[in-house]
Ligand binder design. Structure first.
Ligand code: ZN
Length: 374
């Protein structure tokens, strides 16, 4: 995967226990509690992330990874993507017990510092890869980021972590071209917005058609000004499975990367396209995540010296998400933990896992966007 003579650097992992201390309160899934909604557990709770870290620990893989220490992002780093007014507003409310930010995001006491630690963790992952301390890196951060807008939080996200890390690569580390490949089941609207007119970034989002945000992520959203053509949305129909995603990656994502020639690939990585997720209606299994990761690693190896950073986004099925993440991280580091995903056979056996005609129509339409990159 890297140079033949020197031993390959390890895969990096960003994690901090404080990521699990961000408190989203007692919503019921995504609904604020209060009659008639019985208080429950917020979909974006710590378990889906902490259990990934725990499975890496239990399988022995954790000690084979390079621990990348996160730090809080600075105001200067946050302001490359967000407005001063938004940051001031967050600071004014940072001691509130639970305060809604925008549409469906929540901060609790201490959450602002944790959100800054999440954004800073993604920056550190980029630095570790650019400095070759890590061959590639997975930033297991929380809260997630890819819905956060310039002026507001959205969809459980406070800061647009991946975009902030990408801006760091461009503005501080001197890269000229970076590509985002967002496989979270929801549209990466925050990353799209951050680079809408910026031809230095190719933003690709593969997601469920109009799942969240509503009416966002359509194929006609292609960027503006100098960035026209450098935003590619592939809104797949609900029910898409391994075959549809394989086709999208082979026929749209990889050719787009080949044309754009990024110097680094950043993957806003959600596992809510998994077959058991409560907030998505897709059918990906761990075998699919393994295969898609392999395709991205091959692209990174051939185009940008293996530079690949994943930043954690959604994924809400606490029992199954850790096995999807294990498949991705095993593939990134080239080490098998020897642990099988107990949920994989059933998901792989779901009907219509192969590319279906109505999904093929979307792939064909997305292929027509590729000349926009020339
Ligand atoms: Zn999501």
């Amino acid at each position: 995967m890297t140079g033949a003579s020197a031993p390959a650097a390890p895969t990096g992992l960003v994690w901090h226990e404080l990521y699990a201390w961000h408190n989203t309160g007692n919503y019921a899934l995504v609904a604020p509690y209060g009659f008639p909604v019985q208080p429950g557990e917020h979909a974006e709770n710590p378990e889906t992330k902490r259990r990934i870290r725990n499975l890496l620990d239990a399988t022995g893989l954790l000690k084979r990874l390079l621990a990348i220490e996160p730090r809080e992002a600075t105001d200067e780093e946050l302001l490359r993507v967000h407005s001063r007014e938004y940051l001031d507003r967050l600071r004014a409310h940072q001691d509130d017990l639970a305060w809604p930010v925008g549409n469906t995001a929540v901060i609790g006491r201490g959450s602002l510092a944790i959100a800054m630690l999440a954004a800073g963790g993604c920056i550190e992952a980029v630095d570790a890869v650019l400095d070759r301390r890590a061959r590639n890196a997975y930033a297991l951060v929380r809260p997630p980021g890819h819905h956060a807008k310039r002026d507001d939080g959205m969809g459980f996200c406070i800061f647009c972590n991946a975009a902030i890390a990408g801006m760091h690569a461009l503005e501080v580390r001197g890269l000229d071209r970076i590509a985002f490949v967002d496989w979270d089941v929801h549209h990466g609207n925050g990353t799209q917005e951050a680079f809408w007119t910026d031809p230095r970034a190719l933003t690709i989002s593969v997601h469920q058609d109009r799942c969240f945000p509503p009416d966002s992520g359509l194929m006609g959203e292609r960027g503006g000004g100098g960035g026209l053509g450098y935003n590619i949305n592939i809104p797949l129909p609900p029910g898409s499975g391994n075959g549809a995603y394989e086709a999208v990656f082979d026929r749209v994502v990889r050719p787009a990367l080949n044309r754009f020639k990024p110097q680094m690939i950043i993957v806003p990585s959600g596992f809510d396209a998994g077959g058991w997720d409560p907030l998505g209606r897709m059918m990906l299994s761990s075998s699919a995540f393994r295969s898609l990761t392999r395709k991205l690693l091959e692209a990174a190896d051939e185009l940008c010296d293996g530079r690949l950073v994943m930043t954690h986004e959604g994924g809400y099925s606490a029992a199954t998400v850790p096995f999807l993440a294990l498949a991705v991280i095993e593939t990134m580091c080239g080490i098998s933990s020897g642990v099988d995903d107990p949920f994989q056979p059933m998901v792989d056996g779901f009907g219509q896992q192969q590319l279906q005609p109505h999904q093929e129509a979307i792939v064909l339409a997305a292929e027509r966007l590729l000349p926009g990159l020339d």
